[in-house]
Design a protein around this ligand. Sequence first.
Ligand code: F6R
Length: 362
Amino acid sequence: CLNGHDHFMHKEIHEQPAILSDLNGHDDQWCQMMAQMPDAMVKAQHISVVACGTSYYAGMTARSWFEKYAGISISVEFASEFRYRAGAIRPGRAGLFISQSGETADTLAGLRHFNNHGCPTIAVVNVPTSAMAREAEMAVPTRAGSEIGVASTKAFTAQLATLLRLAIELGSRNGTLDTKNYRRIRREMEEMPNLVREVLSNEHIIKSVTSLLGDCTSTLFVGRGDCYPLALEGALKLKEISYIHAEGFAAGELKHGPIALIDENMPVFVLAPDTPLLVKTSSNAREIAARNGKLFVLTDDDEAAGFKGEKGVEFIKMPPCTEDQIPFVYVTALQLISYHAALDRSADVDRPRNLAKSVTVE
Ligand code: F6R
């Protein structure tokens, strides 16, 4: 059942192009879902996205899609905090719950909280028979197939693709997104499987760059804009399977404290795709380099990132992609980094210590 892969995590990372291709279909189901979507959801002024762990980072990544394509204001909440926040649910709000298992205790409690208030609820879940799928007003399947590795990989990219599709379907239904842009985004989604394949074909390079982490005990991941939640996800993935301490930061926050951590023993992964924000991210990376931090720069343009030919800077070359494609492409590289870092430390990548696949107690 490993299909020639050494671990489920590796198999699941490599399944992502096929899952993304499949998610580009199902037009009839989307038509049906959108026709059945409660009016209160389409007209919601604010959506609270509630989730845990990697699913929470999928929600954080999707926030800008709902804002720019559906014109809906979004807050993204840790389910474990949200469920105890009296007054967090107001009239005119809708709840969007993201979960691979559909059984996570805190997210399910948040969903029930919304249902009890009579507010519309949507669950974006990978397990169609789960409690969340049953109890939400509407369930949207992420179709990643069963995920065995404890660290979530393919479920995350499937969540992203489903959330992007939901954002553009909502936007075209509520009149925020015009047909031209809807078609452009669908075309970009069609290109995603090949972009992810390109990253996977560079796995040997990612593996050899990762081996340079040596026996470091702590790492940082930094990014701006849509790369900020990816930095958090990259750090979570690395710490949970390799047990290397890792933190993710918004690049612009570095100088408000975290930069004090930088010295020659601190590897820093910088997510630096060529976007209008690159110049800012590179200037943050320069500050890290000036304090002897060891830079690992993920970029499609090392010249624009400002480090071309510089000694001591490691590059992980990424395919050029559009803004909405970045999360899918860059997270695949981050998954491979944590996978190989964990193998270098002989960790059990599929069953990391102290973790369960589904967290059904608080
Ligand atoms: C990390 C990971 C966890 C889950 C979290 C939520 O790799 O898998 O952080 O994302 O426990 O689980 P679900 O999505 O099942 O609600």
